[in-house]
Design a protein around this ligand. Structure first.
Ligand code: ZN
Length: 698
């Protein structure tokens, strides 16, 4: 008896060990805030929208997931407008250098942008996307690479046994369809399956300790554009979804946790948000305030613009309201029991040359592929409505052919844009072609032809990571196809992943040629190609088959051009030093007050302050030894860091740092601390710091 007991105990222990290893999860967060001054924001394509400071910092949130067979998957949600191939390849290169060739690779690392429109651009390399920013911006590019890499490394070292719970809830009052007339083009039989013209489900997975149920990390997906901050905003912001993440991380890590520093990471990642706006008051005329015509987006008064806003009185309040609704819905799911979907991990990835694809079209009524005909992809092209913009940002992209615009880079390259061929016109019909980007060769590729597609399996959940912005119905069709092919309990779509290729409207929506359809670059059957590809990849993943990796996207690292001027020099005004506080806060304050201090500053682009701060609110610990602790930073909602240039010849500038004192702030003495760097006229960059006088909060 005693002999057989030993192996039995061993087997039990082994089983327990295996069980404990069933799933391992690590989470990591790192700052990716790009250059915060005089660099154009990516999203609205508005030349004048350049950064002048920081409201909310940008973070990369990484989740490393490994099953018992050491199959590994990385999912990263980054507070950026989207992800680009150049940044991703550089992140992968650094991971390979650190961990060898097999651990992290082209297949198992998915990087999804949240799609905030208030973050610096110039990192995508494809020429059209960097054009509104005046070209490539190395500082943005480097900030994203370093921060994303760092977040994955942190997650790598934090792997710990976990189980995965799934939950969802319906969230009303946080999104509307911004092209409802296009949505109506989809077949009535198909629309009848859904209650709303946008998805109202917030889907969530949480990773918890298998024994204590303590939360390790959370990923939420809810379809909404992070465009609560509009195209007049000049402060870097992670917008509604970014602030929802900050709120949830504060709730889970402790209310006083500085954003980006807690152990538990909570992402609000992008999904099929293509036609979905957070501006739930809907499109209204800028002067009369009346509802404007949905189809034409026209207003009656001269010079009047039609744009959407709400639900707050201004964009800051709207961002806060939408973020709070997302956060509260996420917390509701987090507090519910959820469904245990723990299981094996797998991922399938393929690069697809879209213009060269020929596939069977999808019949959305029969929910199957029509194998009696073939449809084809087209060379990338943008339609006229693309230049008109959306109700989240009207008429922003003013790059019409033959017109001289305020964008010097466009004026320089305009004549190099090729004419569309007869073939292009036929292929893209009924899209009237504004820019035949697929034929443009100068200075390098304008829009990608090769895209990145991946399907991942995390236990009972399938994740379809897509290289663009799927509209509501496009996303539903994709989830249906992947669900059918996999038999998965849940399917989630991860938007704006790995490579950016604009929008994906359904073939029916394409006929209406509104903004999303005009920006569906591979023609009317773009979605059909994706549905075929994802069906094929899902099947291969389920059956454990290999797939051809596809053609590698081109690399234009050596061709990049930029018209973004560097910082020339900084100087402090006469008889002043960098860091001098030239406007002191009042000495006494209470809750709700906005405390402001102004400092002599250098250009914020001088110092790469990644992981550090430009502005910190400090609290005095004791008045005996003059020791101060960080109470809040420029990553907090309550602070605003604004840079303003005074004289570009002299190189003088100032920063205003604001702190709105939240209710519940402990009584005591506080001060504002500014960190910066200045560029000396004869060369060299030097750091400086400055403090305001202390003030009491009572
Ligand atoms: Zn978008």
């Amino acid at each position: 008896m005693s002999v057989s007991l030993v192996p039995a105990a061993l087997a039990l222990q082994l089983l327990w060990l295996l069980g404990a290893r069933a799933l391992q999860v690590g989470v990591g967060i790192a700052d990716v805030t790009g250059p915060p001054a005089e660099i154009g924001f990516m999203g609205y394509a508005k030349l004048e929208q350049k950064g002048h400071g920081i409201h909310l910092r940008q973070f990369s949130r990484a989740f490393v997931i490994e099953d018992e067979n050491r199959n590994r998957l990385v999912f990263v949600s980054v507070d950026a407008a989207m992800m680009g191939n150049g940044v991703r390849q550089e992140v992968l290169k650094r991971l390979r250098k650190r961990y060898g060739d097999s651990m992290y690779n082209d297949t198992n690392v998915i990087i999804s942008g949240t799609h905030s429109h208030s973050t610096p651009g110039g990192f995508l390399m494809d020429f059209l996307f960097d054009l509104p920013i005046l070209g490539f911006v190395r500082e943005t590019y480097n900030a994203y690479i370093a921060g994303i890499y760092r977040s994955i490394v942190i997650a790598h070292y934090k792997l710990t046994p976990a189980k995965m719970m799934y939950g969802e809830t319906e969230l009303l009052e946080a999104n509307i369809n911004r092209s409802p007339t296009s949505y109506l083009r989809n077949p009535p039989e198909e629309r009848a399956r859904y209650k709303y013209d946008v998805d109202k489900t917030l889907a969530q997975i949480r990773f918890v300790n298998p024994t204590s149920n303590k939360i390790i990390g959370v990923i939420n997906w809810f379809a909404v554009h992070p465009t609560s901050m509009n195209n007049t905003n000049k402060l870097i912001s992670s917008d509604n979804v970014g602030y929802a993440s900050v709120l949830m991380e504060k709730e889970l890590n402790g209310k006083n946790t500085i954003p980006g520093t807690g152990n538990i990471v909570a992402a609000f990642a992008s999904t099929n948000l293509g036609d979905v706006s957070p501006n739930i008051k809907g499109p209204r005329c800028s002067k009369s305030g009346k509802v404007c015509d949905q189809e034409t987006l026209l207003c009656k008064l001269p010079g009047e613009e039609c744009y959407a806003s709400g639900p707050g009185k201004d964009m800051f309040e709207s961002t806060k309201i939408i973020a709070t609704r997302l956060f509260e819905a996420g917390m509701r799911v987090l507090k519910s029991p959820g469904e245990d979907l723990t299981g094996s991990v797998g991922v399938m990835h393929q690069y697809v040359n879209m213009p060269e694809e020929s596939v069977f079209p999808y019949d959305p009524v029969a929910q199957s592929f029509n194998e009696t005909e073939k449809v084809h992809g087209c060379l990338p092209a943008m339609g006229y409505s693309f230049a008109a913009g959306t109700t989240d940002g009207p008429g922003a992209f003013d790059f019409k052919q033959g017109e001289t615009t305020s964008n010097p880079l466009w004026n320089a390259v305009r004549d190099f844009i090729a004419e569309p061929t007869k073939e292009d016109i036929k292929c893209q019909a009924p899209k009237p072609i504004l820019l035949a980007t697929g034929r443009a060769k100068f200075p390098y590729e304008w829009q990608p032809k090769v895209v990145s597609c991946s399907v991942a399996k995390i236990g009972g959940l399938f994740l379809a990571a897509v290289p663009g912005e799927f509209t509501t119905m496009s996303g539903r069709r994709l989830r249906d196809v992947v669900g059918k092919m996999s038999g998965a309990k849940k399917v989630v779509l991860a938007g704006l992943s790995n490579i950016y290729s604009d929008y994906i409207a359904t073939p029916e929506e394409y006929q209406a040629q509104r903004y999303e359809a005009a920006s569906t670059i591979y023609g009317p059957h773009t979605l059909d190609i994706y549905l075929n590809k994802y069906a094929e990849m899902t099947q291969a993943l389920v059956q454990g088959k290999e797939m051809d990796p596809g053609p590698s996207p081109p690399d234009f690292k050596d061709d990049l051009i930029t018209l973004v001027p560097p910082v020339l020099w900084d100087s402090a005004p006469w008889r002043k030093e960098f860091g001098d506080c030239v406007k002191q806060p009042e000495t006494e304050h209470s809750y709700g007050d906005v405390v402001t201090a102004t400092f002599v500053s250098g250009h914020p682009r001088n110092g790469n302050k990644r992981g550090k701060y430009y502005a910190v609110i400090e609290k005095q610990e004791s008045d005996q030894d003059d020791s101060w602790v960080v109470h809040a930073t420029d990553a907090d909602w309550e602070t605003k860091f604004t840079w303003r240039r005074e004289n570009s010849v002299l190189g003088t500038s100032y920063v205003d740092i604001e702190w709105e004192i939240p209710a519940g702030t402990p009584k005591g003495v506080y001060r504002i601390h500014h960190y910066g760097n200045y560029k000396y006229i004869l060369g060299g960059i030097y750091s400086y710091e400055g403090w305001s006088q202390g003030f009491t909060v009572s």
